[in-house]
Ligand binder design. Structure first.
Ligand code: SAH
Length: 348
């Protein structure tokens, strides 16, 4: 199988051109054709010479992803199931906010983190996605939006998979979509979400990039966190908080905690006190997120009333937090839901 052109970031593409006897600026031209004019065939890159187009056709692929399913929710959330060249399927989600349109990108086929509430982990990790496969998710959604003249403004790496378990490809993907000769999505509009892989957080801290970091906390004590997230048995809260203090000391970017609200599990008064203690003196926002229920899992989302109450109590305790709206709950919007259903129907 030929390598995908989308796997090359801007610098990689210019280097590739030079290494094969073409000019550096050809890399720039191709990059703009892909990400600004969004063509999906080398033959459409009409200002390239015939020999260069021929070489591209012979050496590389720019085949778009296959759309296996597309669901649109009442609130405008769109969920895509894409097929990859090896037959795997992945999910990508588009969400509308008042500040713009945000795409949620998948970083691995399946996930090994095993969070007990999550549908993604129903299917174990088969492989990492390449940076090109992540770029293509964004391009497929952007092309869908082009029909309405809408430009994506934000990217979150919060789809299936653990981004820091696929570190290099995720960073190359971010560099590609951030580059100002292409999509030019501002670094401050790109967020990477981790379940708390401490070595990844430390490595990311040293990069001094402007992307945002989100950490899936979901529980303010080791005991509860270990019940919800196996990763907490490897990296306890103290170690995690140390790494985050390091991140904050090296970067001037906003850090946020994600906290899904599970009825009777992590929305108790005890959790309010523990969260306040954990975040005291620490520059962090807590995003309270309604839980999208998953049929195979025994968790329920906190009621709207309980969510408001929890939010109020946290605010009173001095924790800065926001309560997020539910998106796409009339479609299979929970991470991994659409895919696991599709894969099961294919197997069965
Ligand atoms: N592995 C990374 C990124 C992928 S998960 C991480 O853990 O952060 C993205 C976010 O969705 C995480 O906060 C995850 O806990 C959350 N999530 C998983 N299943 C969910 C569900 N059913 N409803 C709401 N959020 C969910």
């Amino acid at each position: 199988m030929k390598p995908s052109i989308y796997d090359f970031d801007f610098d990689g593409l210019t280097e590739l051109m030079v290494a094969n006897g073409f000019k550096k600026f050809h890399g720039d031209q191709i990059f703009q054709w892909l990400y600004r004019r969004r063509v999906t065939s080398f033959d459409d890159m009409t200002d390239l010479s015939k020999p260069l187009r021929q070489w591209l056709n012979d050496s590389l692929s720019c085949q778009p992803l296959t759309v296996l399913a597309r669901q649109v929710s009442r609130d405008g959330t769109r969920k895509y199931l894409f097929g990859l060249s090896d037959g795997s399927s992945i999910e990508t989600v588009l969400m509308h906010y008042d500040y713009g349109d945000s795409v949620c990108v998948t970083s691995q086929v399946g996930c090994n983190m095993g969070c007990t509430f999550c549908a993604s982990g129903l299917l174990k990790k088969q492989r990492d996605l390449t940076s090109g496969e992540m770029c293509q998710q964004v391009m497929m959604v952007q092309k869908d939006l082009d029909a309405d003249g809408v430009r994506l403004s934000h990217i979150v790496v919060m789809g299936t998979g653990e981004p820091f378990d696929n570190y290099d490809n995720v960073m190359r993907f971010c560099a590609t979509v951030n580059h100002d000769h292409g999509l030019g999505i501002g670094a401050r509009h790109i967020t990477i979400s981790t379940c708390g892989l401490v070595p990844g957080i430390r490595r990311f801290s040293d990069e001094q990039v402007q992307y945002n970091l989100a950490v899936s906390l979901h529980a303010p004590s080791d005991a509860l966190r270990q019940r919800l997230m196996p990763v907490a048995k490897v990296y306890g809260l103290e170690e995690l908080m140390d790494a985050l203090r390091y991140y904050v000391s090296k970067n001037n970017r906003r850090l946020s905690f994600e906290y899904i609200l599970l009825a009777g599990v992590n929305d108790t008064d005890e959790c309010v006190g523990q969260l306040a203690k954990l975040t005291k003196g620490f520059d962090v926002y807590v995003n309270l997120i309604p839980y999208n229920s998953v049929k195979e899992k025994d968790y329920a989302s906190s009621s709207d009333k309980q969510a408001m109450l929890f939010y109020d109590k946290l605010m009173t305790a001095g924790v800065r937090c926001t309560l997020r709206q539910k998106h796409g709950d009339d479609i299979d919007a929970a991470c991994g839901q659409l895919r696991s259903r599709y894969e099961r129907s294919r197997q069965g």
